[in-house]
Design a protein around this ligand. Structure first.
Ligand SMILES: Nc1nc2c(c(=O)[nH]1)N[C@H]1C(S)=C(S)[C@@H](COP(=O)(O)O)O[C@H]1N2
Ligand SMILES: [Mo]
Length: 210
């Protein structure tokens, strides 16, 4: 993990923090492992698993960045108790992607995959929520390498580990399966407003067997 300040961010007037969180000024870099090097000619975004047509769907970098662009203002809440507020994320709504690569009717969850095998599982409803966005930009500028360039997922209503940086694909699943941090003691759902931080807090039905 590194510490780096970048950008001045608009702090909304009424921006209540989820319980147990403190306001972080600036924008530190937080992740596990090294920052991957972006290789444009080798990069592709893949949707695979239980797709409606049984095929995988791929976009190269040029194709992906030509998809309809939207923005979402959203906070990032790190489970280690700091929050960054009020960033404007620009990119592709996850639910738009779902229209381009429809899931089979039996799909209930997705696994979002990033470089080096980082992953995060989401319920389909969290993935298709209105504000869930595959971001290429923050506050009008391209993401930096440390913050996930060329693509990261932002799931505004869940803890930030649920949003992989350097994302490369989505696996449609017909049953839930734990991702990288969810296998390592973090809550399977990860709602910051309910302080769902750790696995031991899970209620029956909130996560698959460990
Ligand atoms: N690929 C990848 N994405 C990741 C992580 C990681 O370790 N690897 N860490 C997550 C966590 S815990 C946080 S808090 C945010 C931090 O994003 P930032 O560095 O832009 O602040 O990235 C998330 N996305
Ligand atoms: Mo985090």
């Amino acid at each position: 993990m590194g510490q780096e300040q970048s950008g001045g961010h608009r702090i909304p007037d009424a921006s209540p923090l989820p319980p147990g969180q403190r306001l972080q000024r600036g924008w530190p870099v937080t992740h596990y492992g090294p920052v991957p090097k972006f290789k444009p000619d080798r990069w592709e975004f893949r949707v695979f698993g239980a797709t409606a047509d049984g095929d995988k769907h791929c976009w190269d970098h040029e194709e992906f960045t030509a998809l309809p662009f939207s923005t979402v203002v959203a906070d990032l809440h790190c489970v280690t108790k700091f929050s960054m507020l009020g960033a404007e994320w620009g990119g592709v709504h996850a639910k738009n992607l779902l229209d381009l690569a429809p899931p089979a009717p039996a799909v209930t969850h997705v696994m979002v995959w990033a470089e080096y095998g980082y992953s995060a599982n989401l319920r389909l409803d969290d993935f298709t929520a209105n504000r869930t966005i595959f971001a290429t930009h923050r506050d009008g500028e391209l993401l930096t390498a440390e913050h996930g360039f060329p693509l990261r997922l932002v799931v505004p209503h869940l803890y930030a580990w649920k949003g992989p940086k350097w994302v490369r694909g989505v696996e449609y699943m017909t049953a839930d399966r734990r991702g990288f941090w969810e296998e390592r003691g973090y809550h399977n759902v990860g709602d910051p407003w309910a302080e769902q931080r750790y696995t031991y807090q899970e209620e029956p039905g909130e996560g698959p067997e460990l």
